[in-house]
Structures are given as C-alpha cells and as structure tokens.
Design a protein around this ligand. Structure first.
Ligand code: RB5
Length: 147
C-alpha cells in the first residue's frame, strides 16, 4: 500500500500545491488534496483544520500545509492537539525537522523565495528518519506542552 500524505492550502499556497503533489506522487506517495482548488480567497485556519481532520482519520505518513508565507497555516496546525508542524527555510531545516523534532506536518509559503527548489526541501524531509535517543526525550517534553 502506498504511503499517504494529506495536503491543504489557502489561496496564497495554491500555486505550489501542484508542484508538491506532483513531486510526492513521483516519490510514490498517495496524496489526499483537501483544497483549496481555486484562487478565491480562503482563510488559512480553515484549511489547516481540513488537513488535520483528514490526517486524524489515520494512515497518513505526514501532512503538508501551505499559505502565502507558511506562517499562518503552520501556527494554526500547531494549535491542534497531536500536531507538530515545521516551517523549514531550507533542506537542512527540513531534515532536522524529522531527525530531531519528529514533526508530523511541514509547511511552505507560496510567496516565499526559497534558495532551493521546494522539491529538494521536501526530499530532505521525506528521506530523513527520527534519530530518537536524546531527541526522543525532547520531543516528548515538547509534545507534553499541550497545556
Ligand atoms: C493571505 O493573504 C495570507 O495572509 C496567508 O496566505 C498567509 O500568508 C498567512 O500567514
């Protein structure tokens, strides 16, 4: 069975959504797209909720959320129980988001000029594995901050 990823975006993230989906599919992922599907203005918290609700149905490797900057939609995702969403600025940060932080969501900004292709940043995340050890202790502490 193919590994699964859910993606949700607002209008500011719409144009990078297809790049991300195409790349994920090339990498063998099955992608569930919860929208948006047009450039009509949408509220990023609503799209974060849609993506997280779908993720919670189970069976997903991770989720991707995008808005103009990645900021609003990552904050929204992070406010939901059980979700840790990184907004990596480059492939090193994306790798660390998994190796050290073991996040289950990753955010991108459609209006951000990344210094590397988004596909490369995504690959660094996909190909990384949680390192465990001392990072497990820190991740547990981090996840217990839902107070
Ligand atoms: C929408 O104009 C924009 O505010 C949104 O996409 C995002 O950048 C918010 O953080």
């Amino acid at each position: 069975m193919a590994a699964k990823v859910v993606i949700g975006v607002d209008h500011g993230g719409l144009h990078i959504k297809n790049v991300i989906i195409e790349h994920l599919e090339q990498r063998g992922f099955e992608v569930k797209d919860v929208g948006v599907f047009s450039e009509e203005s949408a509220d990023y918290p609503d799209k974060a909720v849609d993506a997280v609700k779908e993720f919670r149905r189970g069976g997903y490797d991770f989720g991707v959320v995008c808005c103009g900057t990645g900021i609003g939609i990552s904050i929204s995702a992070n406010k939901m129980k059980g979700i840790t969403c990184a907004m990596p600025q480059n492939s090193f940060a994306a790798q660390m988001a998994r190796e050290h932080n073991n996040v289950n969501f990753i955010a991108f900004g459609g209006r951000i000029d990344y210094t590397e292709p988004i596909e490369k940043i995504l690959d660094s995340f996909i190909d990384a594995e949680f390192a465990g050890g001392r990072h497990l202790r820190r991740v547990k502490k981090m996840n217990n901050l839902e107070i």
